[in-house]
Design a protein around this ligand. Structure first.
Ligand code: F6P
Length: 470
């Protein structure tokens, strides 16, 4: 593995992060603990080093907690009212932007009331940042919920260096221009010094939208607007590889893996899906492919089982309720047809599992199915490869996940093509040990080259450069 990057920030200035959610969760005794996940683990040590701050929502309505600190990092809550949760979060963010940015897989709802709430919450974030960011500091804003923040903040605090990273895809202009507030969104993002995307197509789509809507000229990745220069860069996000590997290597995990396999009836092949229960993830399509393979006798319920973990998410949004109902109907139908007593062929968990349980499941999975219709990156694909310290296991990966750009040793598939998906699953199940190991070695080399710490460093270094070139 490459030399691990130092925990400290690559910058000589304080950093302020803004994201919809704070990186902490409430504990049972009413305290706070850092949330699990690579992003938090990557940014936390840097914030501690730089004396930085994280600005975000606690996740509860009307929660106007005073600023506090956890493990040496200052946290600054932004209050979001119950109405705003409905209009800004469930509404504009997740019922207008989310589907539109994911290939318009569902019809977006466009409502002026929701837009006004989105604007109001973004303004509140920007004002909070303007009040707390030290002079000439670096502000790094995350994701589609906060796209207006850079523009408002630039007006309030021209001294700041402002970066933004979009964790989800930026759609093609033909789709993006459906949005009634498309110009405001582009104007918001152009308040940055650097806008980061997961894939080159995201950056190109953004540059094209800035040109079409605001006549912004560009040279390569530099966009020119109102006398300023804005860089549009590509920074594929990753995971904390060392953390996943260490968990996977632990004795407790090894024992857990044996228990999982035994409880599944010691099948020949465990197929695994791990997703937030989101209609972008292609869970239903994967279940249908599995059912068809059982029907055609290409898979055998006595030898092949599937485990599908679906993490609850955005449960108040109707499209998510519909998706859940459809998945649960399919699981019931498949188990009804193909299971035998005590041995379901699909094991379905609608639960948020602790990270160590997930890592054990990854290790227990012989074939990992990651089949989104569209996904910004998909970190599950990377976690699966990181967990397979045994060098075995096959990843079936949708071409429409950002991870497909890097994880070319996966069995890549177009999930819209049901026959191709079925063939990819059979290819993975029947793959010869030698090829499995060769491909897994390729996947593991790739993720070890670029972990989340490296991602954060590269972004912040480019941001500092972009800020200097003003
Ligand atoms: O990357 C997409 C994203 O919305 C992140 O912003 C967020 O952390 C994650 O998915 C989970 O979504 P939510 O905060 O809506 O539960």
């Amino acid at each position: 593995m490459d030399e691990p990057l130092p925990a400290q920030s690559p910058l000589d200035r304080p950093i302020v992060i803004a994201a919809n959610r704070l990186p902490v969760m409430r504990t049972e005794d009413h305290g706070w603990t850092p949330s699990p996940g690579g992003l938090v683990r990557a940014l936390y040590p840097m914030l501690r080093e730089s004396g930085g701050t994280w600005v975000g929502w606690t996740g509860d309505p009307d929660d106007a907690a005073e600023p506090f600190s956890v493990d040496g990092v200052d946290l600054h809550p932004v209050a979001v009212t119950a109405d705003e949760i409905e209009l800004y979060y469930e509404g504009f963010s997740n019922d207008a932007l989310w589907p539109l940015y994911h290939d318009a897989l569902r019809e977006s709802t466009y409502s002026i009331e929701q837009w006004d709430a989105y604007h109001a919450v973004n303004e509140r974030f920007a004002i909070t940042l303007a009040n707390i960011a030290p002079e000439n500091s670096v502000v790094w804003i995350h994701d589609y919920q906060l796209q207006l923040v850079p523009g408002i903040l630039r007006e309030l605090r021209p001294d700041l260096t402002i970066g933004f990273f979009l964790h989800i895809p930026f759609p093609p202009v033909e789709l993006f221009t459906r949005l009634p507030w498309r110009t405001e969104i582009i104007q918001g993002l152009l308040g940055c010094d650097l806008v980061g995307f997961q894939r080159p197509t995201g950056a190109a789509n953004f540059i094209a939208a800035a040109h079409q809507l605001l006549d912004a000229e560009h040279v390569d990745d530099r966009v020119f607007h109102r006398g300023r220069e804005i860089r549009a860069g590509v920074f594929p996000i990753s995971i904390d590889v060392a953390e996943v590997e260490a968990m996977a290597a632990g004795r407790a995990t090894r024992q857990h893996v044996s228990r999982i396999r035994a409880r599944l009836g010691d099948p020949e092949v465990v197929m695994l899906g791990v997703d937030r229960l989101d209609y972008t993830k292609g869970i239903g399509l994967r279940l249908k492919a599995f059912a068809q393979l059982l029907e055609d006798g290409r898979l055998d319920p006595a030898r092949h089982v599937m485990v599908q973990v679906a993490t609850p998410t955005r449960e108040a949004v109707e499209a998510y309720q519909d998706e859940r109902a459809e998945i649960e109907r399919l699981v019931g139908e498949i188990n009804g047809r193909f299971s035998s007593i005590g041995l379901p062929v699909v094991h379905y968990l609608y639960q948020t599992l602790p990270y160590d349980d997930l890592v054990a499941l990854y290790r227990a999975g012989d074939v990992m199915l990651v089949t989104p219709f569209r996904d910004g990156m998909n970190l599950v694909a990377k976690e699966y490869a990181a967990a397979h310290i045994d060098g075995d296991g096959v990843l079936v990966l949708s071409e429409f996940a950002g991870a497909a750009d890097e994880l070319t040793d996966a069995v890549l598939v177009n999930p819209h093509d049901d026959r191709a998906l079925q063939d990819a699953i059979v290819e993975a199940v029947e793959m010869h040990r030698h090829e499995r190991r060769e491909r897994m070695a390729g996947l593991r080399d790739q993720i070890r080259k670029s972990d989340v710490q490296g991602w954060a460093h590269r972004f912040l270094e480019s941001l500092a450069d972009a800020g200097r070139s003003e």
